[in-house]
Design a protein around this ligand. Sequence first.
Ligand code: SF4
Length: 371
Amino acid sequence: MLRGPAEPLPHSARTLAALTANPRCDRRTLLDAAGIDKPALATHLGLPQPMKKSRLALDHGLAFERQVTDPEQGVLLSLLRKALQLPLPRAYYKDINNLRHGNGTAPLGLRRTHTSQLILGTAEGKSTPHTLLDHPVLTLNVAGRQTYLEPDAIALRHDDVFHIVEIRSFPVIHGRADPLKAAVALTQAAAYILALRELLTRTHRPATQVSDTVVLINPRNFTFQPTATTYNAAPQIKSLSRHLTRLDRLPDLLETLPPDTTCDLATSPDGTPTRPRDNLIAALATMKPHYTPGCRHHCDLATHCRTEARNRGSIGALGTTVRDDLAGIDTLHTALDLADNHVRAISDHEDTTHALRHAQRIHDELTRDST
Ligand code: SF4
């Protein structure tokens, strides 16, 4: 009902990572759990498209990945031998992308079956232990639907523990990667870890056979020279698991909406949405948002939610720091009334009110002095 007759939009590791960026937004949770096409909603509402990576940046990333995974050069294996102490005698390499079907690359489902067979065979000691699986395909249950995920690689250590390996084109400069970019990469890796654990636990293998430790391969400093760094992704795994559980609670969230609420774009046979925009905006208004300026980095509806937050005088529109500083005060209107002494502070807000009035006095003095 909420999505209408459209097919649900499949998730990817990137969209799953974005889920954790604003966990308190019911609107986003509802849209994601129902598999609603947010980019299509945004386009129909006339919202600007989020910035995409340039062709140059994409080509740079692909060239780096090709260099690292080229089996002739063996760069990846040699980096992982150092990072994970992979023993030389077990350096078996398999690229799942080489699996053919007819004249072309095998479809996702077939590559996923092949990946599962290799991993389970290795885990049960029945087949050659493939130390490195390149371009594997896994699945993860997201809100009751199977989501295909494609990590860059899975490495198997000598103690039969699997590790997720991700190749990223952002640099590690003097041993340090951009913390924000590393956190996003680790959250995506967390989705792969959960998918791999799901595969093993389905066959009664322990989830602990998949390590929390992720290997990121990045260019070193300002060169094309790759370097491997290990990270503990346990916080990202915990956070993503929590959000996936939240998506499972779609029926509870749906109960908070008025009956017949829908984001159906009512597309015509040629695919053009016919739903009146005001009608769609009214439907979105029934889902509680939690706008922060960070939304513009991860959500297609950011411009819409920002305008709505500003129109409502929502404190959140000014950023998380202001929201935290004014904790418990929901609107700018209330904050201004408290600062101007138009309303009395309730006991919970005495400190905040004191700070607001102090700031107001400084502002008044400065504006008086400058006139
Ligand atoms: S942009 Fe809107 S829907 Fe998206 S996360 Fe932010 S508040 Fe939620």
